[in-house]
Design a protein around this ligand. Structure first.
Ligand code: SAH
Ligand code: SF4
Ligand code: F3S
Length: 444
C-alpha cells in the first residue's frame, strides 16, 4: 500500500485542510507513513503569512529533495506536492526554485488531488500547478470529514474581504465564502457520532459567516452556534478567528445564553494605536475594541480573551507602541500571539514609508511579550486550587500522563489512565507555569 506524509505549516485552517487531504488519500487506498523516509507521497501544506514562514518552506523542500534522492538510490519513487497559501502567492517561484516538485495546488483546489495524482503519474518531470479560484466549492467534492479524537476542527467560512494592509490572506484564500448551514450541521453531527466532544469552527473571518439555511435564508454565526448548541453529545463549541468590527449583539448574546460555548475568545486587535489601526485598514479603533470586550464581559463575566498583535508596523512610533501596552493592561489577555511586522510583497503596507528598523521591532516585541506573558502567567496561577473540566486529548511527556485542555484553552498535564483519553474529566489544578497547568483527577 502506498504511504503519504503531510507536513503542515501555518494556522488551524491549514491543520483542518491537511486532515481533509489525508481523508482524500485514505479514500484512494493510501495510508499515513510513520516517517517522511517511508513516504511515497510527501505533501507540504504551506503558510505565506510572514516572510519567515515562506523561507522555511524552501529550506524544508531542499531537505525533501535529499530524501527523494536517497529513496531513488533504493529504487523507490517519491512524489512531492506543495499545497496551501504559498502556492497561491508564489506558484512561479515554486516551479523555478524547486523544479522537482511534482504538483502545487492552492488552498481552494486541493479537492482536485485525485485527478492531479493521476496526471503526475503520466507526466513526471513537470510541475503541475493549479491556483484557480474555482467556481465550485471544494467541500462538495471532499470525502466526509472523519474524527481523530475528542476535538475536531470544522471549517465553516473561508477567505477574507477585510484587506488589512499588511496581510496576504485575502489574496491567498480569496474572498469570503460560507458553507451552508445544513452542511455544517451534518458534518458536526457526524463528528459527534464518532466521539467528538468539542468542535472548533474555523474561518479566516469566522464571525462574518453568512451561510444559507435550509430555506435559502442567509444566517449568521450566532444562528449557527444556537443550532450547534442543540446537538446532543456535543459538549464544547469554540470559533476562531473573529474580526472585532463584526462582533454583533446576536453573537454577544450567545456568550450569555449558550452553555456549550466555551468562555474563551480569540479576538485579534493588532495594535492599541488608532493611527496605526487606521493605517492597517482595520474597521475598529482602540476604544471600539474595548467597548466590544466590555459588552462581551457583561454577557459572560467568566470570559477570557486572547489576541494577535503586530509590532513595528510602518510608521509606528514609541507613542503608538505605548498605546498597545496600555490596551494590554486594560484587557488583561489570558493568552496572545505577537509578531514583528513582516513586509509582504503585493500588500499596501509593504510600500508604505517609515518602515520600522528591525532592531526597534525586536525591542518592542520583547517588551510587549514580557507584558503579555506576565498576564498569562497571572491567569494560570489564579487557576491553581480550582477544579476545571478538562478534555484529555493525548499522551503527556511522561508515562502515565495525559494532556488536555481546560475551557480556557490552557494546556494541562495530569497523571491519568489512558481510558480517560477523549473524555471530559474534572481536574483539580495544583500548579501553573506560563505554558501549562498540572492537576489531579478530581472524579473517579
Ligand atoms: N484572520 C485572522 C488571522 C490572520 S493571520 C485575523 O484577522 O485575525 C494571523 C495573524 O498573523 C494576524 O492576526 C496578524 O497578527 C498576523 N499577521 C498577518 N500578517 C502579518 C504580517 N505581514 N506581519 C506580521 N504579522 C502578520
Ligand atoms: Fe488578514 Fe485582516 Fe483578513 Fe485577518 S481580517 S485575514 S488580518 S486581512
Ligand atoms: Fe498562513 Fe494561509 Fe493560514 S497564509 S495563516 S496558512 S490562511
Amino acid at each position: 500500500m502506498e504511504k503519504y506524509y503531510i507536513k503542515t505549516f501555518g494556522c488551524q485552517m491549514n491543520v483542518y485542510d491537511s486532515h481533509r487531504v489525508a481523508g482524500i488519500l485514505n479514500n484512494l487506498g493510501m495510508c499515513e507513513a510513520s516517517s517522511i523516509r517511508q513516504a511515497d507521497l510527501i505533501i507540504f501544506n504551506t503558510c505565506h503569512i510572514r516572510e519567515k514562514a515562506t523561507e522555511k518552506l524552501f529550506s524544508d523542500l531542499g531537505r525533501v529533495l535529499q530524501v527523494k534522492q536517497e529513496r531513488a538510490a533504493e529504487g523507490l519513487d517519491t512524489v512531492i506536492g506543495v499545497i496551501g497559501c504559498v502556492v497561491q502567492a508564489e506558484d512561479d517561484q515554486i516551479a523555478k526554485r524547486a523544479e522537482y516538485v511534482d504538483f502545487a495546488l492552492g488552498p481552494l483546489t486541493y479537492h482536485r488531488l485525485p485527478e492531479v495524482l493521476a496526471k503526475v503519474a503520466r507526466r513526471r518531470g513537470q510541475t503541475i500547478i493549479d491556483t484557480e479560484f474555482p467556481a465550485e466549492s471544494k467541500f462538495d467534492f471532499l470525502p466526509e470529514n472523519t474524527a481523530s479524537g475528542g476535538c475536531a476542527f470544522l471549517a465553516i467560512q473561508e477567505g477574507c474581504n477585510n484587506f488589512c494592509t499588511y496581510c496576504v490572506v485575502p489574496y491567498t484564500r480569496g474572498i469570503e465564502t460560507s458553507r451552508p448551514v445544513f452542511e455544517v450541521l451534518e458534518e458536526a453531527r457526524k463528528l459527534v457520532g464518532e466521539g467528538v466532544l468539542e468542535i472548533n469552527l474555523l474561518g479566516q473571518n469566522v464571525n462574518s459567516y453568512h451561510g444559507e439555511d435550509e430555506q435559502g435564508k442567509e444566517r449568521n454565526l450566532a444562528y449557527l452556534l444556537r443550532r450547534l448548541n442543540e446537538i446532543d453529545g456535543l459538549e464544547r463549541i469554540r470559533y476562531t478567528t473573529s474580526y472585532p468590527a463584526d462582533v454583533n449583539d446576536d453573537l454577544i448574546a450567545c456568550h450569555r445564553d449558550l452553555p456549550k460555548l466555551m468562555p474563551y475568545l480569540h479576538l485579534p486587535v493588532q495594535s492599541g494605536s488608532d493611527a496605526i489601526l487606521k493605517a492597517m485598514n482595520r474597521r475598529h479603533n482602540a476604544a471600539q475594541y474595548l467597548e466590544i470586550i466590555a459588552r462581551l464581559k457583561e454577557a459572560n463575566p467568566a470570559l477570557g480573551f486572547s489576541s494577535d498583535f503586530i509590532v513595528g508596523f510602518p510608521g509606528e512610533t514609541d507613542k503608538d507602541f505605548e498605546a498597545t501596552l496600555e490596551l494590554v493592561d486594560k484587557v488583561r489577555f489570558i493568552q496572545a500571539f505577537s509578531f514583528k511586522y513582516s513586509r509582504r510583497p503585493g500588500t499596501p503596507a509593504a510600500e508604505m514609508p517609515h518602515q520600522v528598523e528591525e532592531k526597534v521591532k525586536k525591542e518592542r516585541l520583547d517588551i510587549l511579550q514580557d507584558k503579555l506573558f506576565a498576564w498569562q502567567l497571572k491567569f494560570n496561577r489564579e487557576s491553581v486550587g480550582k477544579t476545571m473540566p478538562v478534555l484529555f486529548e493525548g499522551k503527556g511527556r511522561h508515562p502515565g500522563q495525559l494532556t488536555g485542555r481546560t475551557p480556557y484553552m490552557q494546556n494541562l498535564y495530569a497523571e491519568a489512565d489512558r481510558g480517560l483519553l477523549n473524555k471530559i474529566i474534572r481536574v483539580k489544578i495544583k500548579d501553573a507555569t506560563m505554558n501549562a497547568l498540572s492537576g489531579e483527577i478530581a472524579e473517579r
